[in-house]
Design a protein around this ligand. Structure first.
Ligand SMILES: CC(C)(COP(=O)(O)OP(=O)(O)OC[C@H]1O[C@@H](n2cnc3c(N)ncnc32)[C@H](O)[C@@H]1OP(=O)(O)O)[C@@H](O)C(=O)NCCC(=O)NCCS
Length: 199
């Protein structure tokens, strides 16, 4: 069945939640909340993070491109306006070399452990970029790892690989950790159907 994509929303929340629950909350109960926090909050448990994430989704303050195989969500790429995702990794090094904050960040991926190595993260990234275009476009940053020509643990790659971002039109900007890069590109606002039909 061909893969399709939908935005994370109250409508797709049940499939997102099913995939997280299948993986025991992900990363010991993160529920994909870590990048939404400032990093200064007290640690809370999986149930609290689930509730926080669902609230953000309801309020339109959590974005992700979910990839579906038929009715089943098999992975996602999280993205959002920079203020929505303040908590990036290697933040000290990032801030030391910061010139200007981007409009958008792409922070993490998660693919069903039974479906890895099939190109699903690559599809999720393409769809996240497309969704950013639909939401108005602008400058986009991500913070992937450079393991070119090497294999590593899948859990080290939650922010993706530099290679997959380069294939999606991103450029290396600067290094912020041993293998972690800031990569960026500009995404054009996509035309609405009405604008396209007028052109
Ligand atoms: C890392 C991950 C996103 C990759 O998803 P995937 O669907 O298997 O990736 P793809 O098949 O689209 O491959 C994308 C690229 O990553 C590379 N890649 C994937 N897994 C890799 C690994 N373990 N080591 C090195 N490279 C790897 C692929 O070779 C491919 O490179 P290419 O573009 O140069 O061909 C997936 O393994 C995952 O979800 N890991 C867990 C992440 C996690 O814990 N997230 C939540 C916490 S924030």
């Amino acid at each position: 069945m061909p893969l399709t994509s939908k935005a994370l929303s109250p409508e797709t929340w049940p499939e997102f939640a099913r995939l997280v629950e299948k993986h025991h909350g992900i990363f010991g109960g993160c529920w994909c909340i870590a990048f939404h926090l400032t990093g200064k909050e007290e640690r809370r448990g999986a149930a609290a993070y689930r509730g926080m994430k669902q609230k953000l989704v309801r309020e339109g303050r959590a974005h992700a491109a979910l990839v579906f195989d038929g009715p089943t969500a098999v992975g996602w790429c999280q993205f959002g306006p920079t203020a929505e995702l303040p908590n990036i990794r290697s933040r000290k090094a990032y801030e030391a070399g910061l010139r200007e904050l981007p409009d958008w960040r792409i922070t993490c991926f998660f693919i069903d452990r039974e479906r890895r190595g099939e190109g699903i993260a690559t599809v999720a990234l393409r769809e996240a970029v497309r969704e950013i275009g639909r939401l108005g476009g602008g400058t986009v940053e991500a913070y992937p790892e450079d393991f070119t020509g090497q294999r590593t643990s899948n859990s080290f790659l939650c922010s993706g690989t530099v290679g997959m971002f380069e294939k999606a039109g991103f450029h290396r900007d600067r290094k912020i950790a041993m293998r972690r890069w800031v990569v960026n590109r500009t995404v054009a606002r996509s035309r609405t159907k009405r604008e396209a039909s007028r052109a």
